[in-house]
Design a protein around this ligand. Structure first.
Ligand code: CP
Length: 469
């Protein structure tokens, strides 16, 4: 199983078999840490952290030192030439010529993908805005596997900021792929983003059951849930009985409670959602006796310090295991170690969504996306996938934000015929007839009209004639 020269930008870049093989190598390295020195002799890691970090940065750098390689680093974008207006692509090209592997953390969603596209060496995403943090997920899965021996069939509750928590986005997808049941308990307004929900339900084929009226959170009560995800590989009879399932889930506890902090840095200053603190009182029930308490850290107020001595608490172990996991990852991507075949082989489970082909001036509506930043628009061509037709949904190829353009036209119908340059509401019956390869989308009527299209109600007769032809 060869991972050499590959990138890890999203958790979908590794198959389940590759992840298991990496865990096996991390076990070996952990058991003989002193013997790994020299494995990466002569290799250089570029450690670029343009958002604060303690664990990820220092565990990557410790991992490379333990492998006998060197580290060059930048941890303040203001002290690099990005501050002078250099593009991420230029930075990536240059750093790729100095280093053998790059780890990047950046506030813009999709930035790691741009670095991977231009660096020419393996690139690891150490967190890109609120998008993904795949190596944290490797540490989380590794801890779950070590403590519970399996991932399949585990029941994991995700707690807190599920909207902006990038660790949760990578983890939810990985847990789904490994056949875990996931219970979602977001703070108010902090539910999972649409693209993660779509991946869970469409790409991993599971069932997501939402609880419309979960009721009031009572003091000292872990649940109610917002939603429960059930994978097809572990059919769950409870999911067939939505009215009772969450009550039953409440009684049977969970294998792990994954707590996340509020990502204040991604919220508007006026937004102050809150959710209950996880403490001993909350977890006092017999049903939580074996529940692992996990957290990617750093914690702020959402997880009580009194949990630190509790044998169920795993968060410092998650952080500690970051070193062997990241040693194994870099050794594999640098090709100095091969992973043995474990379980399912390489091969993405990503469906082949049709690309959105036309340059209609469309921009990703996510303001945190790398593709809309002024410095990057000089060279980055927006890229989208058509992930659903009803309702019409496009996904930005950089930040994976899913959105619903309001207006559409067909290139097929208007080609060569100015009288048929017609646009439609994306929800109209006419829109549904457009093949993905002929789709032209507009964010607004103003934009459609600026591009020379007229609304269908103005030239309905001409349009209907063309439709019949
Ligand atoms: N879990 C995590 O990413 O921690 P840091 O922000 O300290 O790297």
């Amino acid at each position: 199983m060869a991972l050499a020269n590959r990138d890890l930008v999203t958790i979908d870049d590794m198959s389940n078999g590759e992840i298991e093989a990496l865990f096996s190598l991390a076990d070996d390295m952990s058991a003989s840490m002193g013997q790994q020195f020299g494995l990466c002799r002569g290799k250089v890691l570029a450690s670029l952290f343009f958002e604060p970090s303690t664990r990820t940065r220092l565990s990557f750098e410790a991992a490379m030192h333990r492998l006998g390689g060197g580290v060059i680093s930048a941890f303040d974008a203001g002290a690099t030439s990005l501050a002078k207006g250099e593009t991420i692509a230029d930075m990536a090209r240059v750093v790729g010529s100095y280093a053998d592997i790059i780890v990047i953390r950046h506030p813009w969603e999709g930035a790691a993908r741009v670095v991977a596209d231009y660096a020419g060496v393996p690139v690891i995403n150490a967190g890109d805005g609120g998008h993904e943090h795949p190596t944290q997920t490797l540490c989380d899965l590794y801890t779950l596997k070590k403590e519970k021996q399996t991932l399949k069939g585990l029941k994991i509750a995700l707690w807190g900021d599920l909207k902006y928590g990038r660790t949760v986005h990578s983890l939810a997808c990985a847990l789904a792929r490994f056949g875990a049941t996931i219970l979602f308990r977001p703070g108010p307004g902090l539910e999972l983003p649409e693209h993660v929900v779509r991946k869970l339900t469409t790409e991993y084929g599971g069932e997501l059951r939402r609880y419309e009226s979960p009721g009031q959170q009572e003091e000292g009560q872990l649940l109610p849930l917002d939603a429960m995800y059930v994978t097809p590989s572990s059919p769950h009879q409870l999911a067939m009985m939505p009215d009772v399932s969450f009550q039953v889930e409440l009684k049977t506890g969970v294998d792990a409670l994954y707590v996340t902090r509020l990502q204040k840095e991604r919220l508007a200053a006026t937004d102050k959602p809150s959710y209950p603190v996880v403490n001993k009182k909350l977890l006092k029930g017999k049903e939580y006796e074996r529940t692992l308490v996990m957290h990617p850290l750093p914690r702020v107020d959402e997880l009580a310090q009194e949990m630190d001595g509790d044998p169920r608490s795993m968060y410092f172990k998650q952080a500690e295991r970051g070193v062997p996991v990241r040693m194994a990852l870099m050794a594999l991507l640098l090709g100095v170690r091969e992973a043995g075949q474990v379980g399912e082989g390489a091969g993405s489970r990503k469906p082949a969504y049709p690309p959105y082909r036309h340059d209609s001036g469309l921009r990703c509506p996510n303001q945190r996306c790398v593709s809309v930043q002024e410095s990057e628009t000089k060279y980055l061509k927006p890229e989208f996938l058509v992930v659903a037709l009803e309702p019409l949904t496009l996904r930005c190829a950089y930040c994976e934000h899913d959105f619903h353009p309001g207006y559409v036209a067909s290139t097929e119908w208007h080609e060569g015929r100015t009288d048929t340059r017609i646009y439609h509401r994306a929800s109209s019956q006419w829109a549904r007839k457009i093949k993905p390869e002929n789709l032209l989308v507009f964010a607004s009527e103003k934009e459609a009209e600026a591009r020379g299209f007229k609304p269908d109600h103005l030239i309905g007769a001409a349009y209907r004639q063309v439709d019949q032809d």
